[in-house]
Ligand binder design. Structure first.
Ligand code: ZN
Length: 256
């Protein structure tokens, strides 16, 4: 099943489900008990929101060997975890703003795991019981600030630096899905999730050995090689085979 968060006209945001090119509301929560109502609107007639409101966004650095290599970095022997703030999340179609502090903002196409159940010290064997589904993320990064700061809070944390969506897919087989990123229809990144250094089970076990995972939390699983700078006027599209595509325009942040 595919779950979306959406807004119809002036209604409050709500969760819905997708049937082909249509959307219908659900009663209840997709993380708990729910009932599907009729898919009575076309997807194009509603505003899609980011599909979750996470309490935290856990990310993994250098989880594809070829990406570590393009930055002359070692492949980690334990997962290299960092956090993005929930305030960085934007919806499909919303604008990624290039902040004045950076001259090198880059896209990072990533598979995002949506946590469905609260847990700590989750074993690799049990890990998939805690996965509600998957969505698409773009871990937008100010690369110059990442190198300059030595840690990543600023470079990963700007508003609009976490486009997310368009939906949560509960049936994707994430073991071997192709991830691609196009900028203005030019292919920049392509790799299979098969090439992850640490797989989804291992990442959930590792992250939950540190902090409690709660429903709606996100785990961004790292980006393949091919990251490249974004310019004002670009349109960046992240696609994951079997899941869909996430498209966002790019603009310079307006002066304050
Ligand atoms: Zn990343």
């Amino acid at each position: 099943m595919r779950f979306v968060r959406y807004q119809s006209g002036s209604d409050s945001p709500r969760y819905g489900w997708v049937l082909e090119d249509r959307v219908g509301p659900i009663e209840g929560s997709p993380f708990d008990e729910f009932r599907r109502l009729n898919a009575d609107q076309s997807l194009t007639s509603v505003k899609l929101l980011a599909p979750v409101e996470p309490s935290k966004i856990l990310c993994v650095g250098r989880n594809y060997a070829a990406h570590a290599k393009e930055h002359d970095a070692e492949v980690p022997t334990v997962p290299l975890l960092f956090l993005k703030p929930p305030s960085s999340v934007i919806a499909p179609g919303e604008t990624i703003y290039l902040p004045p502090q950076s001259e090198q903002v880059e896209h990072e196409a990533e598979l995002a795991v949506v946590i469905g159940k609260r847990g700590r010290w989750i074993s690799t064997e049990q890990a998939m019981d805690y996965v509600m589904g998957y969505t698409i993320a773009n871990d937008v990064t100010a690369r110059d600030l990442q190198y300059r700061d030595g840690q990543w809070t600023r470079s990963k944390g700007f508003d609009t630096f976490c486009p997310l969506g368009p939906w949560i897919d509960t049936e994707l087989d994430a073991a071997d899905a192709m991830i691609t990123c196009h900028v203005n229809d030019e292919l920049r990144q392509m790799s299979s999730t098969r090439d992850m250094v640490f797989n989804v089970r291992q990442l959930i076990a590792f992250a939950s050995s540190i902090m409690t995972l709660t429903p709606g939390d996100l785990l961004l699983t790292g980006t393949p090689a091919g990251v490249s700078p974004l310019r004002p006027g670009d349109v960046v599209k992240v696609s994951i085979e079997g899941l869909g595509e996430l498209v966002n325009p790019v603009a310079q942040e307006p002066e304050q």
